[in-house]
Design a protein around this ligand. Sequence first.
Ligand SMILES: Nc1nc2c(ncn2[C@@H]2O[C@H](COP(=O)(O)OP(=O)(O)OP(=O)(O)O)[C@@H](O)[C@H]2O)c(=O)[nH]1
Ligand SMILES: [Mg+2]
Length: 498
Amino acid sequence: MKLDRFIRLSIGLLVLLVFIVAVAALLFVTESALNVWDRLLEGPKLLLYGYVSVLAALVVAAAWLIVKLVVRRKPRPPATAPAALTRADIAKRLTEADKAGVDVSAAQAELEELAARQQAGAIHLCFFGEISTGKSSLIKALVPEADVLVSPVGGSTIDIRHYRWRNAAGTQILLTDVPGTGGLQDGLDAMAREEALRSHVVIFVCDGDLARPEQQAIRWLLQLGKPLVLVMNKADRYNREEQAVLMERLLDHLGKLGDDSARGRVVAVSAGGQTEVLEQAADGSEARVTRTRPADIGVLVVAINHLLEKDARVLDARRDRAVFRLAADKLAEAELRYRQQRSEQIIRSSTRKAVIGALAAVSPGTDVLIQGYIGTRMTRELCRLYGAAPRDLDVEEFLSLSQSRAGRVLPLSLAVAGNALKAFPGIGTVAGGLVHAVAYGLIFDALGRSLVHTLAKHGELLPEEAAKEFEEGIGEHIEAGVRQVARMALEQQEEKAR
Ligand SMILES: Nc1nc2c(ncn2[C@@H]2O[C@H](COP(=O)(O)OP(=O)(O)OP(=O)(O)O)[C@@H](O)[C@H]2O)c(=O)[nH]1
Ligand SMILES: [Mg+2]
């Protein structure tokens, strides 16, 4: 009880003391401020204004520093929405990426191809669809003198070909034959999709009701603002009623997929072409004969002409936008590849430095320090690579959060390192210093890999998230990197011995 009273009394005295000091300080500050103010008023005006400006500048600087240090920046808004992408946007991104060392050739080639097409001025119609729906046959029906490969075996068209066609209005048109989608050969789907983006109009060819991949492809094209005609080929295989039902279904699909003015742009045709049949002669013998199926593509020509009546500038602008999107996607792929390669290099070089440092240590330390120079540098370099500009505080917070986790995982890392080193021939008894160096390197390697993972996901350094990722993935990363790091350490040791 006595003790309680004593504590209360002490607290009371302390409060009194603080109060006296605060009042004294306030009086002192007020007095000196008023003093200074009076002297400033008496002195020349220039001094007064100068003094006030310096004071204001100091206040602004202090506020800026506080905001920079304490306030967490909001995540950046997502990259430019597809529709807003312009020539200037993509050109700017290309120049920046090129300067950073990214291979921009594929994206650049798209822009050059676009420029060449703009110069030539023809309208491009791309015949697109699943394999064996009759795309090549339709082109052959429109341009009978063209040398188009048609085959009953799906996947016959394996490259992109353009065929010149002039409609009744005299418009210069290029019909593009592309590989069918859904075939077995790798890369052909992408080739067809890219060419569809480069065209003004897509002639989407099917030969019955739309399967799910066809619906997805149509939705994708419509979302990109691509004008399209949906052609149901091989209409000769259906009777009138069946055809009517199928056409209604196709119209229904288009409506659901986002095209509400589809009527007139869904047509049923027969490309015709040739077919082999077995024919029985009067004497009973059988022979294979080639029959020509009659072509019936008038409605397709009408639909195409109807679409081309639109202002050519609108078609051009839509095509250009789709190509900018394509170029942007190719650039994004190149950036991704570049970042993957570069981050590997950064992590490897930091890990090597960590290993060298550990090997050079007089006696192997018992603690792994990742907050030092190498850790900070690796974190900063990886952040820069992913376009993140973290504050010093964030880098420190990430490294210190990871530090405690690294300490916890050290025994595991040492065990893995020791085991791995035993597997290398000619090592004999594994020295403690070497094991420690490998364990140290492994932790750096894991730190870098998990950081890359979070940077790729969030586009910025979120210290807690990144440290959590490090903790969760560390076991896996240590196992994955052990051979490489062990080899690295051995090379370093050999070099040291030489
Ligand atoms: N019954 C019928 N068969 C057709 C018609 N049009 C094309 N075919 C046949 O369909 C098969 C495929 O024709 P292609 O023109 O090679 O088809 P494609 O879409 O270019 O095929 P890929 O290039 O492999 O994707 C051939 O056997 C054609 O004879 C048609 O109107 N009616
Ligand atoms: Mg073909």
